[in-house]
Design a protein around this ligand. Structure first.
Ligand SMILES: C[S@@+](CC[C@H](N)C(=O)[O-])C[C@H]1O[C@@H](n2cnc3c(N)ncnc32)[C@H](O)[C@@H]1O
Length: 150
């Protein structure tokens, strides 16, 4: 069972790590609870998820793909399952920062190799990567990435 505090903890981390980022794409956002938590903290958020039942937040009921026009300055995902890699690829393509809290891989890779693979995926696309941990139960490690400061 995922920790119910995860949305507030992640939102707080995002505001601290990326204070200038106020337009956020929340990918694979499920019900939209991270959207709520970020909106309470002054962000404009669009949640992307295939699900139809969700909270009354700004919500795009569709798969998130690399073709999504970039109207954000940060792209994030809490336990984004099959959308984990596309978040990194999207950040690299559009040169925006990203933050993900990975859980399961999309190809049965065990957790630690999956985390290493994701960090490598970001660095090989020219992003600078850092890992931190949220103080919560379950999958709590966060991979943060941003384009290098020129
Ligand atoms: C484990 S749930 C996590 C939901 C939410 N972030 C949370 O922490 O409760 C994974 C979600 O990813 C969504 N998802 C998977 N691939 C996606 C994609 N390419 N685009 C948008 N949503 C996707 C699923 O519909 C599901 O709601």
């Amino acid at each position: 069972m995922a920790d119910k505090r995860r949305f507030d903890l992640f939102a707080e981390l995002l505001r601290t790590q990326f204070p200038a980022a106020t337009r956020v794409f929340d990918v694979a956002g499920g019900m939209g609870k991270l959207n709520e938590a970020l909106s309470r903290r002054g962000c404009e958020v669009i949640t992307f998820d295939r699900r139809h039942k969700h909270l009354p937040v700004t919500f795009a009921e569709r798969e998130f793909t690399l073709d999504e026009p970039c109207a954000c300055d940060l792209v994030v995902g809490m336990h984004p399952d099959g959308a984990t890699r596309v978040i990194i690829d999207y950040a690299a393509k559009h040169r925006v920062p990203f933050a993900i809290v990975p859980c399961c891989s999309d190809n049965s890779m065990p957790y630690k190799p999956w985390m290493r693979h994701l960090a490598d995926l970001a660095t090989t696309q020219g992003l600078v990567v850092q890992e931190v941990e949220l103080p919560m139960e379950g999958r709590a490690r966060v991979i943060l990435g941003h384009p290098p400061v020129s």
